[in-house]
Design a protein around this ligand. Structure first.
Ligand SMILES: N[C@@H](CCC(=O)N[C@@H](CS)C(=O)NCC(=O)O)C(=O)O
Length: 135
């Protein structure tokens, strides 16, 4: 192969590599943007999976409190796995559910039930509650 052809091939490889790095980074930042926008624009956010019993338990808490959370079902989205990976940066784990109240991380299902039972959740939501049902 002539020297000029080798240079052209090398240049094309560099351009392809740069383009793929840009694509990966744009896709990661759009996932991050989605996560942060979602958390900051809804009072209650649950990152969930439709078939997850722990997620159903967390959803039941909000139903009990007559609150309607904004639910992101990760198993119903093409970028669900990327969102779940991104959430590790914020919550330190890869399990669902992950619950956010007023932009702040509350925790998973156990944390949500605990906060419900202690009255902390009602306090965070600024609502009154009566006696708690076991969930
Ligand atoms: N103790 C955790 C349990 C959560 C959990 O184990 N969730 C399962 C789904 S039901 C999970 O995230 N598994 C890993 C995955 O789905 O990627 C909590 O209270 O949230």
């Amino acid at each position: 192969m002539a020297a000029s052809a080798r240079i052209t091939v090398a240049a094309m490889a560099v351009i392809a590599l740069a383009a793929s790095l840009c694509w990966v980074s744009a896709s990661a930042s759009s996932v991050g943007e989605f996560v942060h926008n979602t958390i900051s624009s809804h009072k209650i956010v649950i990152f969930s999976k439709t078939y997850c019993p722990y997620c159903n338990r967390a959803k039941a808490v909000f139903k009990e409190l007559n609150q309607v959370p904004y639910v992101v079902e990760l198993d119903e989205r093409d970028d669900g796995s990327k969102i779940q990976d991104y959430l590790i940066n914020i919550v330190g784990k890869r399990t669902v559910p992950q619950v956010f109240i007023n932009g702040k991380h509350l925790g998973g299902s156990d944390d949500t039930v605990e906060a419900y039972e202690s009255g902390l959740l009602a306090k965070l939501l600024g609502i009154e509650t009566q006696a708690h049902d076991d969930l």
